[in-house]
Design a protein around this ligand. Structure first.
Ligand SMILES: Cc1ncc(COP(=O)(O)O)c(C=O)c1O
Length: 252
């Protein structure tokens, strides 16, 4: 099976669809791994752009090297630095990148960083929020359908309605909240923020010493027309979470 842009096809030219062994013509893939490959499958131009042309080299080394673990790791590190530089260039007000294996893992890391950096335990999140299904992420999931049967969850996670600045301020008032984590556009339901919501929410967080974290796992990397969705509302978060469609880089 190979992918190019929005098309899936077997190397032989025969095409497999879900539950079927063969179809006539190419299979148009509009879901692309549950939105994980939203920038396309194996787009060479994109891969070259984001890796500075190193992707092919890494592949060659893996194939040709017989004893080359050290060499392999060296090239991987080179790729990571390239990706780090690329991301920081797009988001110049941030200065560090942590690589993780999934969106959920990025969320877990953000919750831990926020607690460690502030010395506070509280995490505020929104109704209908989706941040993943590992335990930290599930503790800030705003939908009972995902949580039911899995409690108790990580303590001190407080749910507020999306688009409600009064509720946010009430939650922040005690001075115990490490972070407010929010999707700029909520994926479940595709709920849009009110025009001034994110900007005011970020300002409220700054005033209360709380970190403002944008979960851009669904919306980031250009999916809304800007590198980050928060750019539409001129917001600069303290942390940004990206995932899923990063994988367009690694898909050949
Ligand atoms: C906004 C958001 N955050 C986090 C996640 C979790 O990502 P992953 O499924 O890679 O763990 C998702 C997954 O859909 C998501 O939509």
């Amino acid at each position: 099976m190979r992918g190019r842009g929005g098309v899936l096809a077997e190397e032989t030219g025969k095409v497999r669809g879900i539950g079927k062994t063969e179809l006539l013509g190419d299979l148009l893939d509009r879901l692309r791994g549950e939105n994980q490959l939203s920038l396309g499958l194996g787009e060479q131009a994109l891969t070259d752009q984001m890796t500075g042309g190193h992707a092919g080299r890494a592949f060659d080394v893996i194939v040709e090297s017989t004893d080359g673990h050290a060499e392999f790791f060296c090239i991987e590190a080179e790729l990571m630095f390239t990706a780090e530089e690329f991301v920081l260039k797009q988001v110049p007000y941030l200065d560090k990148v942590l690589f993780a294996n999934s969106g959920g893992e990025a969320v877990e890391a953000a919750m831990k960083f926020a607690r460690a950096a502030t010395g506070r335990s509280g995490i505020v999140y929104c109704d209908h929020a989706f941040h993943g299904v590992s335990y930290g992420a599930l503790s800030i999931n705003g939908d009972e359908a995902f949580r039911s049967g899995f409690g108790p969850f990580v303590p001190d996670c407080v749910r507020i309605p999306f688009n409600d600045l009064v509720a946010l301020e009430q939650a922040l008032n005690g001075g115990t909240v490490a972070a407010f984590i929010v999707e700029p556009i909520q994926g479940k339901g595709v709920n849009m923020p009110a025009v001034s919501y994110l900007k005011n929410a970020a300002a409220l967080c700054r005033r209360h010493g709380t970190l403002f974290i944008a979960d851009e796992v669904q919306t980031g990397l250009g999916r809304t027309g800007r590198f980050l969705a928060v750019e539409h509302w001129n917001v600069e978060p303290d942390m940004v979470l990206l995932s899923k469609h990063c994988q367009a880089v690694t898909c050949r």
